[in-house]
Design a protein around this ligand. Structure first.
Ligand SMILES: NC(=O)c1ccc[n+]([C@@H]2O[C@H](COP(=O)([O-])OP(=O)(O)OC[C@H]3O[C@@H](n4cnc5c(N)ncnc54)[C@H](O)[C@@H]3O)[C@@H](O)[C@H]2O)c1
Ligand SMILES: Nc1ncnc2c1ncn2[C@@H]1O[C@H](COP(=O)(O)OP(=O)(O)OP(=O)(O)O)[C@@H](O)[C@H]1O
Length: 573
């Protein structure tokens, strides 16, 4: 039967894609050759045909072994195998003596050419697949290398050990026990949390996230120093996203760790009711609480008119002692209005003891305690704990002729409400250049400018069109007074900025600065005022808590948004 006969089809097919049994059979090449060449083939051809079949079967063994390891590599091996099989076929044809008279041999050589052609087509198809696979492999390796490089750049402070961990992470081999390790202990690194499990997802998918999302870190403090590390509780990471965590300014409670012993009384002058109440409270504190009472020098002379009362109190007589008040005083009691609270705060150029403000004025925005209930109020405060509002103050420096010598500064002045720069008695427009840190803010042309704390937002700033701001909000208000411009809206800036207000040389007149409505200072062209939040806030005791007291003040003190309620549409009310 001729080899080209369709009856030989399965055999030829088997030669190209042998079954496992056939591959095993190729270990006996002679019997295999006999089945291919039933005719009289010269015995000399046998070794060559055996080498062809051995090569084919050897290559198939390589394919089988690589397929179990890696699909890409097995594709490459099978392509090599096809090419070599074709070459072996041609070698075989060249070496086999073919006689023109032997029709079987002619047919056989034709069949072998067909085999060679088939093998070439297979090889060409697989070469394209091989090229494509190689290209994907190259891209994958390039991407992996780039990711590794950027990870290592992000993690400048990593030790060698940590670099190894990182490399393991990139190659998806991070041991499960090492999930919380970070490159450094001093900063928050987002990839630290990116390695956390996403709830409900598999470990493998969480690793995929590491690959996609770039890592970053947050730090606090001026110009990269670590002073602000304690602020970590403001912001935290959750699965690599920034989220505000614990609020720093929850309601603050003051709890005494030892019994308070000394109370300073600050009283509004020229008020008979204040004088009477002051004497009564001093006696009560002495007799019932055994408290030392301190009063201002003028109070011991003018207010406590009876000798018995005067003997109950202590005072001081020079400025040096005033500076040391905060070291002796446990609690400050004020009797008056907001002006008395401002006055009390102004006595402390540094730390301020807690202030209990009794309302004996007309408005009393910062004076929540009812004076008629002073016994209960003082009882509660002296026992503690009680809520306080930490009221920020502004520290203000006047710099004379700033452009010539910035070192010639005056003592800083602390304000609880605001510093105002206005035109004073001048009839010219105030002209002020304003800077926030190193950025230019604007030029003020009008009656002036108010730089206010949030506590002061309900005072002069409110009258000039500024917003009312809860006193615990960390900010600085920038409110113009009668600006001669249609678009000068008030601003609220973050608490950490430093403001510089400068009277330019080409200003037509002088400006005037006043501090909580007092201590006016003239600012000549070239002078500047520098303001920033002071590190010494005023802790004022709350009647209820910070927010309740604030809202009560704007409702009862300012009658905020008071309006008759509309009746229903049917007109029945
Ligand atoms: N046009 C205005 O509204 C205007 C003008 C000048 C001064 N002031 C404010 O007066 C303050 C000085 O107060 P004073 O009692 O010594 O002077 P003052 O006796 O002239 O009283 C000013 C008024 O402002 C009220 N006040 C003070 N601080 C307040 C605050 N934080 N919130 C709400 N109201 C407040 C006082 O209760 C008082 O009714 C300045 O710090 C300034 O804010 C307001
Ligand atoms: N101990 C003090 N020594 C000197 N001056 C004081 C003292 N206490 C208060 N003052 C000043 O007295 C003025 C009036 O005080 P305060 O504002 O407390 O009372 P008020 O005007 O009756 O109250 P309100 O402002 O609520 O109407 C303010 O200018 C304040 O600075």
């Amino acid at each position: 039967m001729p080899l080209g006969d369709p009856a030989h089809g399965p055999e030829l097919q088997e030669q190209l894609s042998p079954s496992p049994e056939a591959v095993a059979q190729s270990a006996q090449p002679e019997s295999r050759l006999r089945s291919l060449n039933p005719g009289p083939i010269p015995i000399t051809a046998a070794p060559t045909s055996r080498s062809l079949l051995d090569k084919v079967s050897d290559q198939r063994d390589v394919i089988a072994s690589h397929q179990s390891e890696n699909g890409t590599i097995s594709t490459v091996s099978s392509t090599v195998s096809s090419v070599e099989s074709e070459r072996a076929t041609y070698e075989f044809l060249a070496q086999t003596p073919i006689k023109s008279t032997d029709a079987h041999l002619v047919e056989f050589s034709e069949a072998m050419r067909t085999v060679a052609k088939a093998l070439r087509q297979v090889a060409e198809g697989k070469a394209a697949a091989q090229a494509e696979a190689a290209e994907w492999k190259r891209k994958y390796e390039l991407e992996t290398a780039q990711k590794q490089q950027s990870k290592m750049k992000d993690c400048g402070s990593c030790t060698d050990d940590n670099l190894e961990k990182l490399a393991r992470q990139i190659t998806l081999e991070t041991p499960a026990s090492d999930q919380t390790a970070c490159c450094g202990n001093h900063e928050i690194c987002s990839h630290e949390v990116l390695r956390d499990e996403v709830p409900g997802s598999s470990r493998r998918s969480s690793h995929k996230m590491v690959g996609r999302k770039a890592s970053f870190k947050l730090s606090w403090g001026c110009n990269g120093n670590k002073n602000g590390q304690h602020k970590h509780d403001f912001v935290s990471f959750e699965k690599g996203d920034i989220t505000t965590a614990e609020r720093s300014n929850k309601q603050i409670l003051l709890k005494w760790e030892s019994q308070p012993q000394t109370v300073l009384f600050i009283t509004k002058p020229n008020s008979n009711s204040v004088r009477v109440l002051c004497a009564e409270m001093v006696r009560w504190l002495k007799e019932n609480k055994n408290i030392n009472v301190l009063v201002e020098p003028w109070v011991s002379k003018e207010l406590l008119t009876q000798d018995t009362d005067r003997n109950l109190v202590q005072t001081w007589d020079n400025d040096e002692e005033t500076k040391m008040l905060h070291t002796k005083v446990d609690l400050v009691v004020t009797l008056g209005g907001d002006g008395t609270v401002l006055w009390a705060a102004s006595l402390f150029k540094g730390p301020v003891p807690p202030v209990v403000a009794f309302a004996m004025g007309s408005l009393g925005f910062m004076t929540p305690f009812p004076s008629e209930q002073y016994r209960d109020c003082l009882d509660n405060v002296l026992k503690g704990p009680f809520s306080i509002t930490l009221r920020n103050r502004l520290q203000c420096h006047v710099i004379r002729d700033a452009a010539k010598d910035e070192l010639e500064t005056e003592e800083p002045i602390l304000v609880l409400n605001e510093v105002t720069i206005d035109r004073g008695i001048s009839s010219y427009l105030t002209y002020l250049e304003c800077y926030c840190d190193s950025s230019f803010v604007t030029c003020v042309q009008g009656d002036g400018l108010i730089i206010s704390t949030t506590s002061g937002s309900t005072a002069y700033s409110l009258a000039a069109g500024g917003s009312m701001v809860h006193p615990q909000v960390p900010g600085i208000l920038f409110t113009p007074i009668c600006p001669h411009s249609l678009s000068f809206r008030p601003l609220i800036l973050p608490e950490y900025v430093t403001l510089r207000i400068q009277v330019p040389y080409n200003s037509r007149g002088h400006a005037w600065a006043s501090f909580d409505g007092k201590d006016r200072k003239q600012l000549a062209p070239g002078d500047a005022l520098i303001c920033s939040i002071s590190p010494w806030p005023v802790p004022t005791a709350c009647l209820v808590d910070s927010t309740t007291d604030f809202l009560r003040s704007i409702h009862e003190g300012l009658h905020w948004n008071l309006r008759k309620t509309q009746g229903p549409l049917d007109g029945s009310a």
